[in-house]
Design a protein. Structure first.
Length: 94
């Protein structure tokens, strides 16, 4: 996080109550019809507030929702390929 603050909610991949789903051929995003910031959440997941200088590593396949809680914010994101990513992309494509 470079400037401002962001609230992150993170949920394990097996959080079925989210109804999480992926769009075919979209390998970097998971979507849900539930708004975690405005839903009655079961007691699960992690709540993190990032401030300037903080770094957060989101585990592979974890669902996350992010909301700016300061007037503005600036952050830098980096996605890294993990072993098995290529095989998963092929599996989703066929």
């Amino acid at each position: 996080q470079l400037a401002g603050e962001k609230c992150w909610l993170l949920f394990e991949p097996d959080s079925k109550w989210l109804g999480a789903h992926r769009l075919p051929f979209e390998d970097s995003s998971t979507f849900t019809d539930v708004d975690p910031f405005h839903a009655e959440l079961p007691e699960c997941g992690l709540h993190v507030v990032l401030c300037p200088g903080d770094v957060l590593v989101v585990p592979r396949h974890w669902f996350h929702a992010v909301e700016c809680i300061s007037e503005w914010s600036l952050s830098l994101n980096q996605w890294l390929d993990a072993p098995g990513d290529t095989e998963e992309r092929v599996h989703e494509a066929i």
